[in-house]
Design a protein around this ligand. Structure first.
Ligand SMILES: O=P(O)(O)OC[C@H]1O[C@H](OP(=O)(O)OP(=O)(O)O)[C@H](O)[C@@H]1O
Ligand SMILES: Nc1ncnc2[nH]cnc12
Length: 152
């Protein structure tokens, strides 16, 4: 699978603003917090949280967060990995927007949804900048509101 390089989009101020404003317009008033996944989900997630006027919660690769965490394992092509979030970062009942740059196999997004739901919070929607359709990541997110800006 070819690597989809996002750095030109990040370097283009008008394009970056268009992506962030589009997500913020769609989700305005519907979420209490944005969750973004390390590392590229931090860039878009934090910008969208700022635009919505809500907080941002980082989901990190295992072993990087300083306080008490909960963990979710997920599968990569030939291995497994783990994501973590601070156990008190997402409150029960909060409405959560999950934001990432790429949806490939869906493992990252699916594990993130599990983390949110372990906090008794609700995944209101998943916003993705680019979905790699051939990898069928969407199948792992069946029943969820998944919105993608671009399909490749
Ligand atoms: O749908 P999946 O198959 O789970 O792949 C998508 C994930 O892969 C990339 O992150 P990566 O784990 O490469 O980390 P990085 O953002 O730190 O480069 C991307 O930013 C997504 O988070
Ligand atoms: N092909 C790909 N390009 C960019 N980011 C990715 N994350 C997972 N697969 C990817």
């Amino acid at each position: 699978m070819l690597f989809k390089d996002f750095t030109p989009l990040l370097g283009d101020g008008a394009a970056l603003r268009q992506v962030v404003d589009d997500v913020a317009r769609r989700r305005q008033g519907t979420v209490d917090v944005v969750v973004g996944m390390e590392a590229r989900g931090f860039i878009f997630g934090a910008a969208v949280a700022y635009a919505l006027g809500v907080g941002f919660v980082p989901v990190r690769k295992a072993g990087k967060l300083p306080a008490g965490t909960i963990r979710a394992d997920y599968t990569l092509e030939y291995a497994t990995a783990s994501l973590e979030v601070h156990r008190d970062a997402i409150l029960p009942g909060q409405r959560v927007l999950v934001m990432d740059d790429v949806l490939a196999t869906g493992g990252t997004a699916e594990a993130t949804c599990r983390l949110v739901e372990s906090c008794d919070a609700e995944v209101v929607a998943i916003e993705i900048v680019v979905e790699i359709d051939a990898l069928r990541g969407r199948d792992r997110l069946a029943g969820r509101d998944v919105h993608t800006l671009l399909h490749v």
